[in-house]
Each structure stands twice: as structure tokens, then as C-alpha cells.
Design a protein around this ligand. Sequence first.
Ligand SMILES: [Zn+2]
Ligand SMILES: [Zn+2]
Length: 121
Amino acid sequence: MIKGQCLCGAVQYQYQGEIENSILCYCTDCQQAQGAIGGWNSPLDQTQFEFISGQEQLKEYFHTPNKARVFCQNCASPIYSYRKDLPNIIRLRLGTVTAGNIPAPTEEFFTEHKPNFIELS
Ligand SMILES: [Zn+2]
Ligand SMILES: [Zn+2]
């Protein structure tokens, strides 16, 4: 069981499954969307994901027509993204997880934009 929330706490969620892998993405879209060195995400089965509260605070931003980035409109925490052509899969923003196990990243994408001070051990 995974639980998590946005920064202000309005949005609370839980996931019945476990997180099986995590991914670091250094593309410039992820860097700008997160305001950080990159995105730390995991693809999850949407049918096992549910909101406990705050669903009315969620807003979707389409930077590209196929992909929605879903965030809390009160505190701006990114929660997850989804692609219109991949039904039932969401990519959870793992910085919002508050309970449950997150495995170390197994893949890195767009490493040409990776800051050279980041090393995975
Ligand atoms: Zn919030
Ligand atoms: Zn990215």
C-alpha cells in the first residue's frame, strides 16, 4: 500500500499495489514542470489508485496534446501525468509519496540534460 499527498495536504491518495520500479527523467519538460533536476516517476495501474480527498483541487495541464500533467491547483504540487493513448496507466510523481516502499531508480531518461553533479550509487 502506497499513500501520498500534495504539499498543502488537500489532495490525498492511496495505491493498493506496490511500486515496482522508479524512473528518473531529465528532459527539459520534466525539469520545468517540477522546477527541479528532473522528474522521479513510476508507472502505476490507475484501477488500483484512488483519491481519499482533494480531487476537486486537481487541475490538468496539456503541454503536448497527448499528455496531461495533473497538479494541485492550490499548492501546485505535481501529482501524476497520463497519456491519452495509454489508458489505465498513470505516472505518479514519487516526491508526493508519504508511506510505502519506493525502489531505487532503475532507469534514467534524457541523461544529456542530467546535471553532472548527480551520481547514482
Ligand atoms: Zn495541494
Ligand atoms: Zn521527462
